[in-house]
Design a protein around this ligand. Sequence first.
Ligand SMILES: Nc1ncnc2c1ncn2[C@@H]1O[C@H](COP(=O)(O)OP(=O)(O)O)[C@@H](O)[C@H]1O
Ligand SMILES: Cc1cn([C@H]2C[C@H](O)[C@@H](COP(=O)(O)OP(=O)(O)O)O2)c(=O)[nH]c1=O
Length: 298
Amino acid sequence: MSSTAPDPRPAPSPDEDGRAPGDTAHADTVGPGSREPSTDRRRGVFIAFEGGDGAGKSTQVRRLAERLTAAGHAVLTTREPGGTPVGERLRSLVLEHGDVVVDARTESLIFAAARAAHVEQVIRPALAAGRDVVTDRYVDSSIAYQGAGRGLGSADVEAINAWATGGLQPDLTILLDVDPRAGRDRRAGRAPEDRMESEPDDFHTVIRQTFLHRAATSPDRYLVLDGTLPVGEIAARVGDAVLRLADGSLPDVPDAASAAGRLTAPPPDDTAVIPLPEPGAESGATTTRAAGRLADHR
Ligand SMILES: Nc1ncnc2c1ncn2[C@@H]1O[C@H](COP(=O)(O)OP(=O)(O)O)[C@@H](O)[C@H]1O
Ligand SMILES: Cc1cn([C@H]2C[C@H](O)[C@@H](COP(=O)(O)OP(=O)(O)O)O2)c(=O)[nH]c1=O
């Protein structure tokens, strides 16, 4: 990421659909010719991609949108921080280098504020209209980067985000796992590093551990994939999993004022540190559930 607003990322490569999630500071509906939002299903499916910087999330967001669109779904792709005009402005506050001092708690609240707008203005309406929503990052990024990376602890970060989102959770979170150094290498020579990306490898290693740990504690809500696999192979696995999910019945979206969205006693802290494999130990490995992924790391 570079330091210019609103979306300084390099243009997508030619084999992709030419759109960055959240382009033009708004979420983007893919597939103008796709079906009208269904009337026979209550809502669309909500998918989040998570992982370190350079893990391949944006690439896979686009690939999944193409697959869902081809299957006749109406799809909305979006990203965090951003996805709304206010979110894009908040994005520049926390990602640009500059003379504005943003301490850890402020940073956490800014990400949560951008997310509140994103959920209220974009995600909930799209799901209610029967659109599938695919977001590049969501609450887990705050738990990993602010909770663990900045040392705020997962419990408080989880609590403010439960309130910000009214308890809205993805139906499935796809975690693309790559060694932070590999992610950094992938970005080399592209846009200048933003505030987060320029943090040292140790910071990004803790973030990776936190994502993996969260996935391991709720394996039914996560699909964990080795982000070093070929793009097409990851896309195929993701598409298969999401289409299976979308074909099934989905639980109701919690109301914004539901108990899950109230600031109550926080859940127990779960930012345990998980040992990582030695460099190179995971090469070629494919593990689709976090528990298995973590087993690989022991
Ligand atoms: N599975 C993959 N294998 C090799 N390179 C990849 C893979 N997925 C993405 N890339 C490349 O890595 C870089 C970062 O990918 P991107 O999707 O922008 O990651 P993120 O959104 O997680 O930061 C891009 O140059 C992209 O083409
Ligand atoms: C959504 C979110 C992102 N971030 C960070 C992660 C990324 O470094 C940055 C978003 O930058 P972005 O360029 O969108 O991510 P990526 O490099 O993965 O393509 O913001 C947080 O620290 N907390 C959050 O809640």
